[in-house]
Design a protein around this ligand. Sequence first.
Ligand code: ADQ
Length: 482
Amino acid sequence: MSKTIIISNRLPLQIKLEDNEINVSPSVGGLATGMKSVHEEGDSLWIGWSGLAEEDLNDETREKVQKEIEKNKCAMVPLTENEVDHFYYGFSNKTLWPLFHYFMEYTTFENENWECYKEVNKKFADVVLEHAEDGDTIWVHDYQLLLLPGYIKEKKPDTSIGFFLHIPFPSFEVFRTFPWREEVLRGMLGSDLIGFHTYDYERHFLSSARRLLHLDTNFNEISYDDRIIKIDSFPMGIDFKKFYNAALNHENEELEKSDIQKRLDEHLHSSDDCKLILSIDRLDYTKGIPNRIKAFEYFLEKYPEYQQKVRLVMLAVPSRSNVPQYQLLKRETDELVGRINGKFSTVSWTPIWYFYRSLPFENLIDLYTSCDVAMITPVRDGMNLVAKEYVATRVHQDGVLVLSEMAGAAKEMNEALLINPNNFEGIAQTLKQALEMPKEEQKTRISLMQERLERYSVEKWAEEFFTALNSTKQVRNTLVSK
Ligand code: ADQ
């Protein structure tokens, strides 16, 4: 019987090692949630890296990790510290991530990192090939594994391979600057189905395949290597019910209070009638955090009547902190927040509450449900799930989403107030509009978005991708039998 193999850089498990003991918990991210039902039901295997470098493990702990991984229907790709440095921090996060998000000035092209990227993709392929059989369905995820579909197809042509890119695919003019562009395209074309979040990314990919590899395309199909490869868009959703129900329960539950919740409570019980504007992201230069703070400063200057009437609650989650650009961004963010708080604060009011940490799920819900406006302004973002999660938690159908048109999510969330993250004047006016929006209008906008989010949940996303992948299998079988 054929099985499903899911492959991502990281396994859907958080594995912590302390004093020779290991602690395993499920990951909470969108990908892990979305694939949960596929992975738990039926015959399936998830392949990825454990998050622990080989040097961190001894024979005893490696065996324990191995056992836990197998228990969770997973298989491990072991990576050394050197591989994590060159493949993950190096090529994935200093080359592909900035280039695909149009940050060309941050992009490095290091041959040593590229060689390691190829080696690690081959290592992933070896583990996949140990487990894959003809007829299996294989789903590869994201930019760390662009070459993997090609390596698998070469050895196992009778498996069905899907690939999904979670970040943007850049326009041809940007992609053409990449030294290894043809190899990467060929690697992706080892798939039978290639999925993107939006039609624009799909279009950019088709254009690069046509112009760099001179391939024939017919609408969204590419002829390559005697195969027809289908390219399509599958906008990723969220587990709507999980967020909606958590927000409902949250109103009735007495939870242990975090420092953030204590401050929110303090705020809610204080006599000031401040409105709260929420900002949540990983601390990443693609998320437009400095722009957002500067736009907020511009807003306070342009509309001084709002001073002491609004507060920006900003949560930045530590991320990739050993990459230099992320360290610079941290410093810039700290300085901007300090400068603006120094400039506008009064004895009883601080314009920005800034938290730099990761938070448990319940506290994330605290933030989503307590804020009147969410201000999500990435300069470039594949999708952006935070925007969707904020809307899902608005159980009273109030609240306003101010969203960057550069986020993939903007393509499906027309009822949000869309802004250009580089236009401070536009952001300031939109923020004013959001703060003054009548309740009736908030309700209309939020309910329309909620209906759509409920319908196109993350489970539906996975289901549609699999259906499309299975139909490529049927087309192949028909071609073979002819
Ligand atoms: P990310 O860049 O990580 O994902 P995003 O889509 O916003 O961005 O997902 C972040 C996730 O982290 C959300 O599910 C959110 O709930 C969670 N999170 C945020 N703050 C947190 C905190 N303090 N503590 C715990 N969890 C927190 C990449 C791409 C995106 C794309 C996704 C999915 O960059 O564009 O939407 O993959 O494809």
